[in-house]
Design a protein around this ligand. Structure first.
Ligand SMILES: Nc1ncnc2c1ncn2[C@@H]1O[C@H](COP(=O)(O)OP(=O)(O)O)[C@@H](O)[C@H]1O
Ligand SMILES: [Mg+2]
Length: 284
């Protein structure tokens, strides 16, 4: 096919040799099958920044480290330069996330770098060499659902151990090849320790994936992996080896409520005594 404008510089630089065809394009990017030598890879071209709602970007950007302070100031000022810098930070976020996750043992497409805002990565294919299906288009037996759900929970655990939450995980951002699920679409991955929304995003990611697999294995719906993981993570106890059960009781929360009630009661009693003392003083 005729190469789209965004891919032309990569062809000129010899990074890709040919654009083969366009894959299904999502809400934030267009993805193309490209030939690099004898390899077929995916090239992900991000759509223009203005198409993303600013609010969403701000929510995700929170806690993302920008080391250079001039850069940080520019991002705050939202000058033209600042917008460009922010766009660049957003785009390199995905390739950086892929490198980190690959190292952490999470199955993601192998990254081959980010050039002029275009992400080059391994194309995930099925047993016949065709582009792999999205989880959303895959039906399965209860056994397969239980096995893949457990694997996805393990990947989410490994991500959290690496300090990351996907932030947009669902059956639309998981591909399935002959070895199992592969996680994609990570430009919005958040820093688990620095982002106030990290816990809520983890809960939503886990919930989306659990809801999907529980269509085939209904008992999965009762599992509480997000709470269990976050509890351990917060206490600095989550490791790649932590064995999770999927069970969680809100015992700690309940005890806290009791504690608060006791404190309120004590404060009220103290206040009552103080009033009594004041009255006694008045009577004197
Ligand atoms: N590495 C890949 N291998 C095969 N298909 C891919 C790959 N990356 C993306 N795709 C396809 O392109 C679609 C859009 O990519 P995605 O990264 O999810 O971007 P968006 O932000 O637009 O949703 C995916 O749903 C998937 O069908
Ligand atoms: Mg997507």
């Amino acid at each position: 096919m005729k190469p789209p404008k965004a891919l032309q510089p990569l062809i000129e630089d010899g990074i890709i040799d040919e654009v083969l065809y366009a894959l299904l394009s999502g809400k934030e990017a267009s993805v193309y099958a490209v030939r690099c030598g004898r390899q077929v890879r995916c090239a992900k071209v991000y759509k223009e920044a203005f198409r993303r709602s600013f609010k969403k970007a701000a929510q995700y950007q929170e806690g993302r480290k920008v080391r250079n302070s001039r850069r940080a100031r520019a991002m705050e000022k939202r000058s033209r330069f600042g917008r460009e810098q922010q766009e660049e930070a957003w785009q390199s976020a995905e390739v950086n996330a892929l490198y980190r996750l690959e190292r952490a043992g999470v199955r993601v497409p192998k990254p081959y770098g980010c050039f002029d805002g275009v992400l080059l990565m391994e194309m995930i294919v099925d047993a016949d060499g065709d582009v792999a299906s999205r989880l959303n288009d895959v039906t399965m037996s209860p056994e397969q659902a239980r096995e893949d759900h457990a694997l996805m929970m393990h990947y989410i655990q490994l991500m959290l151990c690496a300090g990351m939450v996907h932030g947009d995980l669902s059956e639309f951002n998981v591909l399935v090849d002959e070895y199992g699920p592969v996680i994609i679409d990570l430009p919005q991955a958040v820093d688990a320790a620095a982002n106030n929304n990290a816990r809520a995003m983890l809960a939503r990611d886990v919930d989306n994936i659990t809801t999907y697999y529980s269509q085939y294995a209904p008992e999965l719906a009762a599992t509480r992996y997000a709470d269990e993981m976050w509890d351990l993570y917060e206490d600095g106890e989550l490791t790649p080896e932590s064995e999770l059960s999927g069970e969680f009781t809100d015992a700690a929360g309940a005890a806290d409520v009791d504690g608060v009630m006791l404190a309120i009661k004590a404060a009220l009693e103290e206040e009552q005594e103080r009033q009594e003392r004041l009255r006694e003083a008045d009577d004197d």
